[in-house]
Unconditional design. Structure first.
Length: 284
């Protein structure tokens, strides 16, 4: 695998994914009992926007940097922007936090994060980032395979009844990735049925996703929600036209919490023909 997220850090897909992720973590924090988060494809955790990889694509310029200029946004968006700003100097944006760093920043003393990363260089950077954070465990291993070892989560005497699994693979071989995700979700839900599961997916040609959605709807989740941002029409399989989050077992009224964000993202980040979608795939 040669995918490096540094080329794409802070783009429109990251913006959507991380707004949803932080909203899910915030929902978990509404109860005092501890929760556990598993990030199956964690990356290196922090990305310099001045690095050669980032400047080569300049995707952050049309993503997080553009959103930062928005004078007023809904709280669900402002929460994300505050979290990004928290790792940067006041008034500047030189680094972008990946999913594990955003989660780690939001954890309470009793909560825990396990971050898996298979690529050696990225895993080493992740270990260095969290070397002094006792709430975070970094695993240099395949995140899919880690499901059996890490779920249901137990650390010492603490059993975690609540939590979140984030599945955010690189989709280098898309035809193979979707069946792997469904199989992983089925295994994980058998082990930890009450957890929230969030899956990021790319949108190039929408019709290619229909089989994945049908399989996801058949999983033993109580409910399944789709949140999508397409910055342009899905008329080309060669570029990332948008992305979405599949959320299984979302918190109560989570669709209502996300709803104010999508029109803002469409207006600020979208091109001609941009669309959003917030729809229940399954609801009991």
């Amino acid at each position: 695998m040669n995918y490096r997220h540094a080329f794409h850090a802070g783009n429109h897909a990251d913006v959507l994914k991380h707004i949803v992720l932080l909203a899910l973590v915030e929902a978990l924090k509404r109860k005092d009992s501890p929760f556990f988060v598993l990030d199956t494809h964690a990356g290196r955790g922090r990305y310099l926007l001045s690095a050669a990889e980032s400047r080569k694509t300049a995707e952050a310029d049309a993503g997080v940097l553009k959103l930062m200029d928005e004078p007023k946004a809904p709280e669900v968006v402002e929460r994300y922007l505050r979290a990004v700003q928290a790792i940067n100097p006041v008034g500047a944006l030189v680094a972008y936090p990946g999913s594990p760093l955003l989660v780690a920043q939001a954890l309470r003393e009793q909560d825990r994060l396990a971050a898996c990363e298979l690529q050696q260089e990225e895993a080493q950077a992740l270990k260095e980032l969290f070397a002094h954070d006792g709430k975070v465990a970094v695993h240099a291993r395949d995140g899919y395979a880690a499901i059996k070892a890490l779920l249901p989560p137990r650390i010492g005497e603490t059993r975690f009844a609540r939590g979140l699994v984030l599945i955010d693979p690189p989709y280098e071989v898309q035809d193979a990735e979707y069946p792997q995700i469904i199989a992983t979700l089925r295994e994980a839900m058998a082990r930890w049925p009450n957890a929230i599961y969030a899956v990021w997916y790319p949108i190039k040609l929408r019709r290619s996703l229909m089989h994945f959605f049908r399989k996801a709807a058949a999983l033993p989740a109580k409910s399944a929600l789709l949140a999508e941002l397409q910055i342009r029409p899905d008329d080309s399989p060669l570029r990332l036209n948008g992305s979405g989050m599949l959320i299984l077992n979302p918190p109560w009224q989570f669709d209502q919490e996300l709803a104010p964000a999508l029109p803002v993202l469409k207006r600020v980040l979208g091109e001609a023909g941009a669309t959003t979608r917030l729809e229940w795939l399954k609801q009991e």
